[in-house]
Structure formats: C-alpha cells, structure tokens
Design a protein around this ligand. Structure first.
Ligand code: SF4
Ligand code: ZN
Length: 347
C-alpha cells in the first residue's frame, strides 16, 4: 500500500506515524513539529531566559545529541548561547568512545566543549575504581546511584567553569516516567514530591537546571535523530544492566502497551503530587563540607566520597537510618540502540 500524504504539508509522502497521535508526517514536517514542541516547552515553562549561557550536559548518546541539535536550531530565537559540557566518569571501554562522539558533534556544530573528569574532581576516584571498591560490599549493583550523584556534581562544576547560567540535560519523557515509577516502587515520597516540573530553579546557590525534552517520547527522540541524520554513540554502559532502572523500564513498556498514554500520565502525575504536611521532609540546609544543598550534614556527593575514602562505600542518601536509596538518580542521557526498521516505521 503506498504511503499516505504528509498530513502537514500535503505534498511529500509520509515517512512515519507519530507514536502518540498517529499523525502521518514526512520527515521534514516531523522534525519541524518536534522542534516547535521543544520551543514551546522552553518558552511556556520559562526555562531559558534571553541571554542565558546554557551548559548542555553532553554524553554522546541520542538524548543529549538531539537536545544539543535542537537547542542549536532554536538558539537564535531564544537568544541563548550554548556550551557543551561532557563528563568523563572513567569507565574503561565505554566513555572514551562516547566522548569521541561528543568531540565530533562539537566540531561539526562549532560549539565550545569542556570535558570534566571524575578523577580530577573527586580525588582520583573513577567509576571503575568505585565499582572495584564496592564489589563484594553488597553495593556493586548500585554503580548508577554513585555515578548519578557524582555526575550531577561534575556537571555543575563543569557548568560553573564555563560561566554558564543554566544547565540542561537530555532526559526524555520515558526517563522521567521511569524515575517516577522507581520512586513509587521505593516508597520515596520525598523524591516523588520533588521530582515534578521541568527542572529545578537553582536552590541553595546551584545553577538552575531543566529538561527541555521531558515531554518528548523516547521513540520520537530516536526518530528525530534518524531524520536529522545525527551521529551519536549507541553502546550501553557496562554498568547499566545492573541498575534497578531496567526493571522500571520493563514495567513501563508493559504499561505503555496496555495504555499508550502511560508515560506522559506518569510524568504529569509527579507534577500534581502534594505531600501531607507530616510527610514533608525538613527544608534542606548546606553541606558542612562543600556548601551544596543537603538534607543531612553532608550532601549526597560528599557522603558518597566520604564512604569511599574510608573504605566503607555506602549509599548514605535518601531514606532514614538505612541510608538505602539504590539506583535512584535519574538517568543522564543514555545511549541506546540506533534506529532500526522497527523503530523507524516507513510505509
Ligand atoms: Fe553511570 Fe550511566 Fe554507567 Fe550507570 S549506566 S554507571 S549512571 S554512566
Ligand atoms: Zn558536600
């Protein structure tokens, strides 16, 4: 059966059906619609004011690649400037290739790039060293929790280094829905209540952060990368299969098959949640070591580094005395498989 005409331009043949709406579009009209939706997210949410110097967390994966590309297209209209900031976690056999992809993007798009490394920022600790240290401690399955906390700090440091006023990350709707689901599964009401919205305004002196792709589905991010022919890194991190997030992802896929709106419904549910006064966590103070926002004496990053340096790796973040909050942080833009004939439907 021949492909229908594009429902937007009525000229070209449609190349895809939008996963959520079912609308048949050609590649050019789909990309224009995707960019317009991100623009709307940024403008309606007042995420990036004119004149903002924006540090884009760049991992080389599809999400941050699409984010950087879309923001570069929108930069003149938004009156913002962009700076790519990549974090080298020190993961042998993985991060070097991903960073090579970021360097190619920076060169092609003529964007400044700064790379910050865990080893330099955290007293020689790399993720590989953290994984070795936690092996056998019962915490080796929690690499992503350590990594997420440290990367948040590293990205903040990198953004300050380049004089950024705002930080953006490439989390998409699926990432956010997984996080909401994980927080429900852990019964972590505090994180559920804090996790809504499109970002954080910059409490405690931190730079404001936002997620302009938060309402875009993972499928559409992949489609955009495909139709714009973006070059991105698509291997999975060696530690990813151990993460609890994988279970939330599988569950979400099942939910989405039964109810296609499940992903966005979960994202919006976090925005509408309100904690009963008695369940609200105390207002955060300042870390006694680094001054970052902290709900205890030490912030999450300092507590993790403290445990590692004492030879007692611990996840002293999150929930009460147990200090367990495993696999918790939202995934930074993760590489995924390149589009396949199944993920890029054509007629
Ligand atoms: Fe870090 Fe992501 Fe690898 Fe987990 S999967 S260790 S968060 S880079
Ligand atoms: Zn601290």
């Amino acid at each position: 059966m021949p492909a229908p005409q594009c429902a937007s331009c009525n000229k070209a043949r449609a190349a895809l059906r939008r996963p959520r709406s079912g609308q048949a579009l050609c590649g050019a009209c789909f990309c224009a619609a995707f960019e317009a939706e991100v623009l709307h997210t940024v403008v309606a949410g007042r995420l990036l004011p004119p004149g903002a110097v924006v540090a884009v967390g760049a991992s080389g994966g599809k999400d941050s690649t699409v984010l950087a590309h879309v923001l570069r297209e929108l930069a003149p209209r938004l009156d913002i400037s962009l700076h790519l900031v990549a974090v080298d976690e020190g993961i042998g056999g993985y991060r070097d290739a991903a960073l090579a992809a970021v360097r190619r993007q920076a060169a092609r798009w003529e964007l400044p790039l700064t790379v910050v490394a865990y080893a330099d920022l955290f007293g020689g600790w790399t993720m590989d060293a953290v994984a070795r240290s936690t092996a056998g401690s019962g915490r080796s399955r929690s690499c992503c929790t350590f990594c997420g906390v440290l990367r948040r700090r590293a990205l903040e440091e990198g953004a300050r280094l380049v004089g950024a006023t705002h930080v953006v990350t490439g989390h998409n709707a699926d990432d956010m829905a997984e996080t909401v689901l994980m927080n429900f599964l852990r019964g972590d009401a505090g994180r559920l209540a804090r996790g809504g919205g499109l970002g954080s305004p910059g409490e405690g002196g931190a730079l404001p952060r936002c997620r302009p792709l938060q309402l875009a589905s993972q499928k559409e991010v992949v489609l955009y990368a495909h139709f714009r022919r973006l070059d991105y890194f698509s291997e999975e991190c060696v530690y990813a299969p151990e993460a609890f997030r994988g279970h939330a992802r599988d569950l979400l896929k099942m939910l989405e098959a039964a109810r296609p709106s499940a992903v966005l419904d979960l994202v919006h549910s976090a925005e509408r949640l309100a904690l009963a006064p008695a369940a609200r966590p105390p207002p955060p103070g300042a870390c006694s070591r680094c001054g970052a926002l902290a709900s205890r004496a030490l912030c999450q990053a300092c507590a993790l580094l403290d445990g590692l340096n004492r030879g007692r790796p611990r996840l002293a973040i999150g929930k009460g005395r147990r200090g367990l909050d495993e696999e918790g942080p939202p995934r930074e833009p993760q590489p995924s498989r390149p589009p396949t004939s199944q993920s890029v439907p054509d007629f």
